[in-house]
Design a protein around this ligand. Sequence first.
Ligand code: ADP
Length: 426
Amino acid sequence: MIAAILLAAAAPLAGWLLWRSWVRPLLDLRDLIRAIANDEPHAPIVRSSLRPFTQISADLGRVADRQRRQRRQLADEGFSLRAILGSMIEGVIIVDPPQRIRLANDALHTMFELTQPPINRTVIEVFHHPELAAAIERAFREVRSIVIELHDAPRIGESRPDRHYRVNLAPLMPVGGSTPAGVLGVFNDITEVRALEAVRREFVANVSHEFRTPLAIIGGYVETLLDGALDDRPMAEHSLRTIQKHSERLNLLIEDLLAISRIEHRQARLDCRVASVREILQRVIEQLDPRIREREATVELALDADLIEMDPARIEQVFFNLLANALQYAVADGMQVRVTSRLRGAEVEIVFADNGPGIPYRDQPHVFERFYRVHKDRSRDAGGTGLGLSIVKNVVMAHGGRVSVRSTPGAGASFRIVLPVHQQEG
Ligand code: ADP
C-alpha cells in the first residue's frame, strides 16, 4: 500500500526530472540553432548543467560568433569594393565564362551611355563589339592579360560622339583553381589623347609642307645660279631676289611658330599690367605706316574704352596682325579700317572693321585655325603664313578673352576681340 502511494508520488517527480534534464535543454538547443540560422541578435540560453549540453551550447556560440565576424568582414569588403568602383573614372566590368556581365561600375554606364543595366546581359548584347568579345574569349583561353583598343562609333539614332578606349582584360583566378572564374575589364577613355596626337601629326605635316615650298624654290634658284646664271646679270638678279623673298618667308614662318610656342608655354606667365589700348594702336599704326600709305588706306580710331590689364607686348602683336591683315587682303586702294572699343560690363570689346573683300561664309569658322588660309596662293604671295589669326586667338584666350569674326562676303570683315578689364588672380 505504502509502496503504491510512493510510486504514485514518484511518477510526476520522475517526469519532471526527465523534462528538466533532457527535454528542456533539447528544446533550448533547438531554439538556439534556429536563432543562429535566422541570424537573430540574441540567442536563447540552454538551461542545463549537464556537460554535453553546456559543451554543445558553447560550441554553437563560437559558430555564431564566427558567422557574425565573417558577415561583417564581407559587408566591409563589399562597401570598400563599391566605394573603389564608384570613385573610379575608368569603366570596370567582370565577366563570367559564358561572357555574361556580373559586375559593372557607374563610370561604365556613363562612358557607354547605357540605357539598361548591363548585369546578366552578354558582352556582345551590351557593347556590340565582336573584337571585345573575342579578346575576352582569348583572355579566358590563354589565361593571360590582353590589352586592346576599341573604337566606339555611335550607332544609328545615337547622338554621342566617336570615342576611343584602351581596354585591359585580366583573367581572375579562383583560389587554388587553374581556370579563370571570370575576366576583369578596365576601360580607359583615350579619346583626348588620340585627338591631341592627330593635331600634333597635322601640325608637323603642315609645318613641313610650309618649309618645303620656299626651300625647294631657294634650292632651284641656287642651282640655276650655279648652272651658269651667275654670268647672266638680269637672271642672276632675279634669282637672288626670289631667294631673298623666300628666305624672308621662312623667317616670318619661324617667327610666327616661335610666337605660338611661346604663348602656349607661357600662358600662365603673361606679363600683365594696366596699359592703354590707344597707345598700343598708335604704335602699331606707326609700324604699318609705309603699308598704310602704299595702300592709301585710312585707319580711324573710335575708342570709348582704353585702359585694360594685359600683357602689352602680346596685345600689340594681336593688333598688328589684325591691322596688317586688313591692309593685306584689301583688293582696292583707298580702303578704310575702323577700330572701335567700348566697355561692356567687366569686359572691353575691340572691333577691327574693314571694307575689304570679306571672307566667304564657309571659311569664317576656320580662319582662326593654324595654317588656314582662304586663298592659299594669294595669302602666300602676300607673305602670309596662315598663323596670324591663330596667334591672335591664342593671345586673347591666354588673357581669358575670346575672338570672333563677322563678314558679309564682298562687303568687308570685322574681327571682334573681347578682353576682361582685369586679369584673374593666379
Ligand atoms: P595669313 O598669314 O594667311 O594672313 P591669318 O591667320 O592671319 O593668315 O588669316 C587667315 C586667313 O583669313 C587669310 O589667309 C585670309 O584669307 C583671311 N583673312 C584674314 N583677315 C582678313 C581680312 N581682314 N579680310 C579678308 N580676309 C581675311
